[in-house]
Design a protein around this ligand. Structure first.
Ligand SMILES: Nc1ncnc2c1ncn2[C@@H]1O[C@H](COP(=O)(O)OP(=O)(O)OP(=O)(O)O)[C@@H](O)[C@H]1O
Ligand SMILES: [Mg+2]
Length: 1010
């Protein structure tokens, strides 16, 4: 069952009480919100919306395709799909019976069904199937042109019953079809009720054809000029464009030009015939309006004389003699109208046979054996007017037959299903309308038999005598009565009315015209006339005209009998098929899309027997479902079955669920299906399911999200693996390339320094840095290995010094051996023992805790008070200490500078031994290295000092110490900025500082200069 999201219940079976009031209330509620479809089990009740609904597009079709009835909101698509699925899955013929009164939407429903079937079939797009689908759909245009008319109830009312078989091949693609028509309302050809029109075809021809065409048919544009049109409404509908549509449909269906010609000529002939008038002049009957006679003859391709004779005289064969008898004016008038009606009726039947030829299955007989069909029946619903005649009698009889079929099929099906499933079956109480069918059709006793008897008897039998005969024969029948039988019943007119209590209600029929309509006489002369027409198509419509005049005494079958037979055939056809029902209802008589006319709707609900329908449906089990499907739908409401039932079969699962929920009393278990008796249970199941749905949606979302995330993760992982492999590959290629390039580096003088490194791949940047370092280390090793290990510390210092000075000073003692602690050397320092003792003392007692002296020298110092002094200093692994000179035994002057606090070193490019250690304390150390005797050193030691300090600084801080090289050195002494300028003087032997105008001049021998 569908979910309860819309107004009311989607299936009338779910009403808590089956009363007219509740039924109407549900119908009304749904209609108000535009839910025009509601089910009764598998029957679809359809309300005419009288407005375009946006529910037939491709989106909706997709929603219903291949779906069960209860999966979507009720829709005629679901019925079409169900019928199609039975056909496809079980190869069983099905039929869709559409009923309802005029204007209720039967024809629209049948077209919607056909379009749906066309949309869901032929996935391969085969040409022939497309053609068949096209022809099936286009045939509607032709049927409606010739079979539909504007009535007071419906602007496009079908005035015939239509049954169409759509034939499908073994793949369930439509491959053909056949249309059967029932009882065209031909009286309309010659006469229309006020406000109504003739068949659309007449207006289409007059208003749609061009002047040239009209001249061919001797016609004028004005409909008012034609007697058969001017009695009724002159309303203009869409015939102008419809005419084009009809002509196109003729083309699509492969009508030949001559066939189309015949059709329009025949239509024209009817109009001309209608204008033929008779006059009696001197006892002789003459045709006064010869022009129309002439045109009619021309259109029918007979001679004017032949037509004239056929209209005014009658041939009688009696006792082997053949003679002509003149008509009187009434007879001639009657004959003319009968001819016009017959011509139109035959034309219509012929057109349908011609359509059938276009849609007939074209495959072989063997193929046809595997074909199945869906029949679509669009037939008049129950009719009850103020005055009901022979036509209503036939139509209502037809509905009785269909109701009987419904009862048989539905009950039979139910019974069969219960038997199949092993369910105990108790008889359902329902009204079986067989008794009414019998009243109409029983041989010898039924109304049709009585009418036939009356029509066949010789002598002047009138409608009055017929009514008498019916009263006599049917007086005891509980469903028949008349004023004669019930004199007190004032509703019935004396000797005119009779009442049948149909299954859908009482209908009073007026007997006047019954005899004539049943006889449906057409003088034999007309049949011969038209059979002899030069138009082969027309002649084909009148085969019995070929019979010898003397052999035509046998009376043709009456209209009643013919109709009865066609109904019997129809029922026989339908009985073989699995039926689906669409019951159409119109909400009002004024074609309004908003008005819900309670009384009119109730009337239809009753006459369609819908309440009965609900009751029959509910009398048994309102719902049955296969165990697997049932479990799938409701398993979420029980903890035992959610998410899956593992403790047995699906049937066991259903049983567990039903028992847990306390519905055991209301269900029966069949072999393959569960049967639910009351709607309440189904309703409760649905409601519980609806409550669970949001949780399940969340759960599903969770799972889906998890699934998506896992999928993405896997994708990412895969991508990573690929990336990794790719990176490895690129790296390997890079390394390979390096190996190739540097293969001979070992043998080169610069050990491959000049070899250009290949551009590393993106993934190889980090590796490149490492590789370069490895390469540098290797090169360093290759270079260093030539030197003994004992020289490596000096080499390292020299490299550091060279890097720091970076070519800015040519002399930096690179050629000599670097000794570092020169003051500990007796050659440099005569007081070396005092020095060594002092240093040891400092090492042991001082707070600085240095481990070794890295460099020591005598120096001339310049201080903030612009004084120079000869001193010594040492560089330890932590500090630079100033010491007293040799005379004062190298005493620690308690003035030191921490190496870590240095900001830079400044030296000059020349040979002078000036060096400045900059500190952030605004008091830089300004030294000039010298010998013990304060004379210049014989060698350059500044480079070594720079190397030692820079290395230590780097060891301590991890960063490089900046070394400035320039002739002028900026420094700060006593918090003042000062510039030291090196000046060469020719007369100077010993370098010395002096103060001059704020600057410090360092005078050196000329040889010191750069
Ligand atoms: N589903 C629908 N959507 C929109 N309009 C509809 C629908 N069904 C019917 N109608 C409207 O109602 C009119 C009458 O419908 P339709 O011709 O199908 O009635 P019918 O039952 O075939 O009547 P009749 O017995 O006179 O042939 C249509 O012309 C159309 O305007
Ligand atoms: Mg119709």
């Amino acid at each position: 069952m569908a979910m309860q999201r819309e107004a009311g219940v989607q299936d009338f079976v779910l009403l808590d009480q089956v009363t007219m009031e509740k039924f109407m209330d549900n119908l009304h509620k749904r209609y108000q919100v535009g839910s025009i479809y509601t089910y009764i089990g598998e029957v679809c009740v359809s309300m005419n919306p009288y407005k375009q609904m946006n529910i037939y597009g491709p989106e909706t079709i997709r929603k219903y395709k291949g779906r069960e009835l209860f999966e979507n909101a009720p829709h005629v698509f679901a019925i079409a799909d169900a019928a199609y699925r039975v056909l496809k899955q079980r190869h069983q013929d099905t039929c869709i019976l559409i009923s309802g009164e005029s204007g209720a939407g039967k024809t629209e429903a049948s077209k919607i069904i056909m379009k749906y079937i066309a949309a869901v079939t032929n996935a391969q797009g085969q040409n022939e199937i497309e053609r068949v689908k096209n022809v099936l759909i286009q045939s509607n245009a032709i049927l409606e042109t010739f079979g539909n008319a504007k009535t007071n109830r419906n602007d496009n009312s079908s005035r015939f019953g239509k049954y169409m078989d759509i034939e499908f091949d073994y793949k369930a693609d439509p491959v053909g079809g056949i249309i059967t028509n029932y009882l065209l309302e031909k009286s309309r050809v010659v006469q229309q009720q006020p406000g109504e029109r003739n068949f659309h075809s007449f207006y289409q021809l007059l208003r749609g054809a061009n002047d040239h065409e009209l001249r061919q048919y001797d016609l004028l544009k004005e409909t008012s000029k034609y007697h058969y049109l001017n009695q009724g409404s002159m309303d203009i509908l869409t015939e102008k464009s419809d005419y084009k549509g009809t002509c196109n449909a003729f083309k699509t269906l492969g009508f030949q030009a001559d066939e189309v010609q015949t059709i329009w000529r025949t239509i024209a002939s009817v109009l001309h015939l209608g204008n033929v008038e008779f006059q009696t002049i001197e006892d002789e009957l003459v045709i006064s309006n010869k022009a129309h006679l002439q045109s009619a003859a021309k259109m029918l391709q007979v001679t004017e004389a032949e037509l004239s004779t056929a209209l005014t005289k009658r041939t009688i064969a009696a006792g082997g003699n053949v003679m002509k008898k003149d008509h009187d004016a009434t007879q001639a008038e009657y004959g003319k109208d009968a001819l016009a009606k017959a011509i139109y009726d035959r034309l219509f039947t012929w057109i349908i046979s011609r359509i059938n030829r276009a849609i007939l299955f074209r495959g072989s007989k063997t193929q046809a054996r595997f074909n199945s069909v869906i029949g679509v029946l669009d037939i008049y619903g129950f009719e009850i007017f103020d005055s009901n005649s022979f036509e209503q009698f036939c139509i209502n009889y037809c509905n009785e037959k269909l109701q009987q079929l419904f009862i048989e099929l539905v009950l039979k099906q139910e019974q069969e299903e219960y038997q199949r499933e092993g369910i105990e079956w108790t008889n359902i109480e329902y009204f079986n309308n067989k008794i009414i069918c019998d009243l109409v059709e029983q041989p010898h006793k039924g109304i049709i038999a009585i009418m036939d008897e009356a029509c066949l008897s010789v002598g002047n039998v009138t409608d009055d005598t017929l009514l008498g005969a019916m009263d006599k024969n049917l007086s005891k029948h509980p469903h028949y009565t008349s004023r004669q039988l019930k004199p007190m019943d004032k509703e019935l007119k004396h000797r005119e009315d009779f009442r049948i209590t149909h299954y859908a209600g009482d209908v009073i029929y007026n007997i006047i015209g019954f005899i004539e309509k049943n006889k449906d006489t057409l003088y034999q002369d007309f049949k011969r006339l038209l059979h002899n027409s030069k138009d082969a198509n027309l002649s084909e419509m009148w085969p019995e005209g070929a019979q010898d005049i003397k052999k035509t005494t046998k009376r043709p079958l009456t209209a009643g009998t013919l109709f009865q037979r066609s109904m019997a055939d129809l029922v026989a056809t339908l009985l073989k098929k699995e039926p689906f029902y669409v019951r159409c209802i119109k909400p009002n008589d004024i074609k309004s899309s908003t008005l819900f006319d309670e009384e009119r709707v109730q009337h239809q609900v009753r006459y369609l027997g819908l309440l009965e329908n609900v009751r029959v449906r509910r009398a048994g089990f309102v719902h049955r479902q296969r165990y697997d499907k049932f479990l799938l739908r409701y398993k979420m409401i029980s903890q035992y079955t959610w998410p899956n039932f593992h403790a047995g079969s699906e049937r066991d699962g259903v049983r567990v669920l039903i028992e847990e929920k306390g519905f055991a009393q209301d269900v029966k278990y069949g072999h393959t299906k569960i049967f639910i008796r009351s709607p309440r249970t189904l309703f409760a199941l649905e409601q519980q399911r609806n409550e669970m749905i949001p949780h399940i949606v969340t759960l599903l979302q969770k799972q889906v999200r998890g699934w998506i995330a896992r999928k993405n993760y896997k994708k990412m992982k895969a991508a990573r693996t690929i990336m990794h492999a790719y990176k490895t590959y690129k790296l390997r290629s890079y390394v390979q390339e390096l190996a190739n390039r540097f293969r001979n580096a070992k043998h080169q003088r610069d050990y491959g320094r000049s070899i250009q490194w290949p551009q590393p791949p993106l993934a190889g940047r980090k590796a490149e840095a490492k590789l370069r370092r490895m390469f540098d280390q290797w090169r360093a090793y290759m270079i260093l290995r030539r030197y003994p290990r004992s020289e490596w510390p000096q080499l390292r210092l020299q490299i550091i010094a060279a890097t720091a000075i970076a070519g800015r000073r040519p002399y930096w003692g690179q050629q000599r051996k670097w000794l570092g602690d020169y003051l500990a050397n007796s050659q440099d320092n005569s007081g070396y023992d005092a020095y060594t003792a002092n240093v040891r003392n400092m090492k042991n007692s001082g707070g600085d805790n240095f481990r070794q002296v890295l460099f020591s020298s005598f120096a001339k110092k310049f201080n903030r008070r612009n004084k120079q002094a000869d001193r010594a200093f040492i560089v330890t692994d932590t500090n630079i200490y100033k010491l007293d000179g040799i005379k004062k035994k190298f005493r620690d002057m308690q003035r030191s500078m921490a190496i870590r606090e240095l900001t830079s070193i400044s030296i000059t490019p020349g040979r002078d031994q000036l060096i400045v250690f900059h500190s952030p304390k605004n008091n830089d150390l300004v030294f000039a290295l010298q010998s013990e005797m304060c004379t210049p050193l014989k060698e350059d030691r500044v480079g070594e000092l720079v190397g030692v300090v820079c290395k230590k600084y780097h060891d301590i801080t991890g960063t490089e110490l900046r070394v400035n090289v320039g002739s002028n050195i900026a420094c700060r002494l006593g918090e003042k900025a000062r510039t030291i300028v090196v000046e060469a003087a020719s007369n100077v032997e010993v370098p010395s500082f002096r103060h001059s105008a704020g600057n410090i001049i360092f005078e050196v021998p000329a040889t010191y200069c750069y």
